[in-house]
Structures are given as structure tokens and as C-alpha cells.
Design a protein around this ligand. Sequence first.
Ligand code: 2AL
Length: 244
Amino acid sequence: MEIRIINPNTSSSMTASIGQAASRVAAAGTRIVTVNPADGPLSIESHFDEAVAAVGVCEEILRGEQAGSDAYVVACFGDPGLHAARELTRAPVLGIAQAAFQMASMLATRFSVVTTLQRTVIIAEHLLHNYGFAHQCSRVRAADIPVLELEDAACCSGRLIDEARRARDEDGIGAIVLGCGGMADFAHEMSAAIGLPVIDGVTAAVKLAEAMVGLGLQTSKHGDYAFPPAKIFTGRFQHFSRPA
Ligand code: 2AL
């Protein structure tokens, strides 16, 4: 099976590290294809960044449909464009936040999220509410690390471990969810340091996608995930036009 992982930001180095993390956990018969949009924000750290990035996510889904991908992963923690992406395909589409919340909720009754910047905390909180996980998340914490700084592992791992340790000691939780697609490489070290399960959304989403494809499960086309109505798009979005 082919799982197409879409990094919604345009950082090709982050796309490569997401691909390496995914490939390490993929089953023998799984082909991981990792892409990012050509146009858009280099990192996603605001509502505005998410809104712009969502168009690139949709374009990459449409490319994946041409290539025959069996499942998709939207590999940014705000799950930008996730519902729109699901409208465009029958294949399962997993967001790394929803996948990580789902897995954490089955490993501990309560978890905390350790994310990047304080201003993205509200984005994760909105997702927790919308997905129905708010009652299982004790707190969303920011390590105050800009997304692109995560590439400097030496600088970040201590700060992430310190924040996760504070979560363990203060939040009454049993697991940590990592709040960024660029954090996968820190999961094992953090788990060893604090003695709790640490769930990275990229690898969680890959394993959930494999399970869904293996079970023959597809995105429902009954109701709001049905293909969007065909219509004319104008200007720079003309390529989305389909005759009604
Ligand atoms: C993210 C992420 O996963 N990728 C990105 O560019 N921004 N999320 C975050 N909370 O900062």
C-alpha cells in the first residue's frame, strides 16, 4: 500500500525528517511517499499560516488521487485542511493531531500535549474540543520553540524533556502527545527520560492508516465528506473547476 504523507509547510528538510520517522515504523508492504506544497508558509504557527497551508494540502491530495495513493497523512499538528482533504478522496485521511489524541486516549485516561509556541496552544485546544478529546487532555503546554528550531536537536531536546517532566509532575496525566510534525525524533528520548508513553502523531497516523487500509475501510461518502459539488472556481483557483 502507498501512504502519502503531506507536510503542509514548505520546509523540505522537515518533510525529509517526517519521511524518515514514518519509514522507520512502516510495515514491510507499505510505501511511504512524502511531499510538501511548493507554495505556502515555511512553518505553520498561526491561524493565518494554517488557512494558507490548507489549499496546498488539498492540491497534494488531488495529486495523490492521480498517483493512486491508498491513504493520506496530514503531518502538521493543527490538522490544516483535514475535513476538506477528506471530501476529495475515498482513501482514509489522517491528521497527526487526531491520530495522536486517539492513541493517547487508549494508553492513559488523561494526557497532556507539549507543543511549540504559546500562540499555537489555542489551535490544539480547539481541535481537542472539536474531536471530543477535551475531557481527556489535562493541559496543552508550549515549550516556546519555533517550529523550524526543532531541526536543532541539541538545542531542543532538553527543553522538550523539561516541559514533559513538568506535565508529568503537575498535570495528573499518564501520557504525553507531541504537538508538532517535526518532533517525531524526540519521542523515544523523552519517553525514556520521563517514564511515560510519548505519542508522536506522524508515526501514530502511519500505523492507524495501515490498519484502516488493511481493514478495507474508506472515508464515508455519505453526508458531509461526500465529494464537494462540482462548480467553477475563478482566478488562481481555476484548476479546482469541474463542470456542474
Ligand atoms: C506545526 C507542525 O506540526 N508543523 C508546522 O509547521 N507547525 N505545529 C505547531 N504546533 O507548531
